[in-house]
Design a protein around this ligand. Structure first.
Ligand SMILES: [Zn+2]
Length: 182
């Protein structure tokens, strides 16, 4: 997959090109290290195109720091859930690439057009995709929120209160559960 260019769906919404900097620490992402793109979409009734609620890239270190705020058990539950989902997909003969191309949730197969909200994530290096983007529909996002323990919610709240490097709208999205950290 490493020969694949980042699809325009995952480009920086304002600049119409791949994200250049980490949204948290502003590090240059074109220097060859791995990073993740996170984009949250919302469908409004009567609107053909989903609206982008959040759109940013995050370097590996910032991602690890944020994720380290989750409790170990929450992280394990979420990882297990994602792994089971991806394994189930594989044994059904499908793969994340086809689900992405068909605009379906990677885990449930639900059409993203029928999902009130959905989140798309991709791991990239420079302007290339490292693996297929992962799309999560509303019911899967809700389920992942439910896998977060009380302890992790407290930790996320404390993290976002203390961590001034995070833009306010992203802190709020994390606290409100509009944004899921994988
Ligand atoms: Zn960073």
């Amino acid at each position: 997959m490493s020969d694949k260019a980042i699809p325009s769906l995952l480009h920086n919404e304002d600049e119409k090109q791949p994200h250049q900097n980490c949204r948290i620490c502003n590090k240059d992402l074109m220097n060859g290290e791995m990073y993740a793109i996170q984009k949250v979409f919302k469908n409004y009734p009567g609107q053909e195109k989903a609206q982008v609620l959040f759109d940013f890239a995050m370097c590996q270190q910032c991602m690890m720091e944020a994720r380290a705020e989750l409790s170990v058990e929450s992280r394990m539950r979420i990882d297990r859930f994602m792994m089971d989902g991806l394994q189930g997909l594989e044994s059904s003969g499908e793969n994340p690439e086809s689900r992405f191309e068909n605009k379906q949730c990677t885990i449930s197969g639900k059409p993203l057009g029928e999902s009130q909200e959905y989140q798309v994530m991709a791991v990239c290096e420079g302007d290339r995709l490292m693996e297929s983007p992962i799309c999560l529909s509303d019911e899967i996002l809700e389920h992942i929120q439910e896998l977060l323990s009380e302890q992790s919610r407290d930790e996320l709240n404390r993290f976002t209160e203390n961590n001034f490097g995070w833009p306010p709208e992203l802190k709020k999205a994390l606290q409100d559960g509009d944004l899921v950290l994988l």
